[in-house]
Design a protein around this ligand. Structure first.
Ligand code: SF4
Length: 355
């Protein structure tokens, strides 16, 4: 396609994009834990896979560590949205750590399925990417039963004990189309293959892939805002290319855009991964606007209203703090008095309302 300097420059903005319910909950969990307990709050692994989110929480007092062994004994640690293996909970107990588990409920669902299939003595074929934190956590639920299948090619070679007792599960953030191809290949080899009662690939991953497909064919360039270690963001780039976009790139923010990508481009498609705050998309829109791409059309393919409640251990702490604050008000203690032993002060904004 030839694009003249006079060609209309427009942006097709995919919707849904950005934060999913699990990421929103995980980020709020760290923020509320910081408000309630004060820094430092330790977080095992990146709470969500986005460099900007991690930096922002670090600035508020969160300390990110790789393992529970890196957390001083007795301190508070938050487990990330990607989930952890049971052994991580055991280690935390041994180190007398206080824990808040921000595992996305849709990842927990996959853990529950892994335990059930293992209890029935099935071999579990876990479709996912080796080394991804979610895959490590799910595998840890039943390490003797789980075999990783990283794409259709590995479906042809995976070895099981009994072809009549095989089940599959998947990582929540995979390409829907590629996973369907992998499951079809597994089913050809194992006709009695069992699966989860509902898709493991989560609603947010599916919706964002449908949304990027809706803009990809009409755009000469698709920009996906997201970090390189974000599985669902990387998948959006692949899906955009597969859906017909001549070029698609992943950028952490506007600073990652190469102006040469825009040469000859009339229509830019724009979306973001499930761990990306909306202000980064706004930043890219401003960057494009400054270069003439001022006509922005949002293309909506689904509406999302899902919200998850905060982790129960955090809700309990927030309730206790709220009732302690009410008790202090009821006894007329002044703000300058020191709280009694066992009474937890609320720091920061003092908002104790769990969603
Ligand atoms: S991408 Fe899906 S599974 Fe992952 S945190 Fe979001 S809703 Fe949960």
């Amino acid at each position: 396609m030839t694009v003249s300097p006079e060609s209309p420059r427009r942006v097709l903005l995919a919707r849904p994009r950005g934060y999913c319910a699990g990421v929103d909950r995980a980020v709020q969990t760290v923020e509320k834990a910081l408000e309630l307990h004060g820094p430092p709050v330790y977080v095992r692994k990146q709470i969500v896979h986005n460099v900007h989110v991690v930096r922002s929480l670090e600035a508020q007092g969160a300390i990110f560590v790789e393992e529970t062994a890196d957390v001083p004994e007795g301190e508070l640690v938050v487990f990330s949205a990607h989930g952890v293996a049971p052994v991580v909970h055991d280690e935390a107990r041994q180190r007398r750590l206080r824990t808040i588990d921000a595992t996305c409920p849709l990842v927990t669902k996959v853990h529950v399925e892994a335990r059930r299939f293992a209890a029935e003595d099935n071999d579990i074929l876990l479709i996912g990417h080796e080394g991804h934190e979610e895959v490590v956590g799910t595998t840890g639920e039943a390490p003797e039963h789980v075999h990783l299948v990283d794409g259709p090619a590995e479906a042809a070679t995976v070895v099981v004990r009994d072809p009549a007792r095989v089940a599959y599960l998947s990582q929540t953030t995979l390409s829907v189309d590629e996973t369907n191809a992998t499951v079809a290949a597994l089913r050809r080899r194992f006709p009695l293959l069992q699966g989860p009662p509902s898709d493991d690939i989560c609603y947010a991953t599916q919706n964002r892939q449908v949304a990027v497909k809706a803009i990809a064919a009409a755009a000469e360039l698709v920009l996906v805002v997201g970090s390189a270690n974000s599985s669902n963001s990387v998948r959006l780039v692949e899906v955009a290319r597969d859906a017909g976009a001549p070029a698609a790139y992943l950028v952490d923010d506007a600073g990652g855009i190469d102006e040469r990508w825009l040469a000859g481009v009339s229509t830019v498609g724009l979306t973001s991964g499930a761990s990306v705050p909306e202000d980064l998309v706004d930043q890219v829109l401003r960057w494009l606007s400054e270069r003439g791409w001022t006509d922005v059309t949002e293309v909506e393919s689904a509406q999302e209203r899902l919200l998850f409640a905060l982790p129960q251990e955090l809700r309990r702490d927030l309730r206790e703090a709220a009732s302690a604050a009410g008790f202090r008000r009821g006894t007329g203690r002044s703000g300058s008095e020191q709280p009694r032993a066992g009474v937890v002060p609320i720091r920061g904004s003092g908002s104790a309302a769990a969603r």
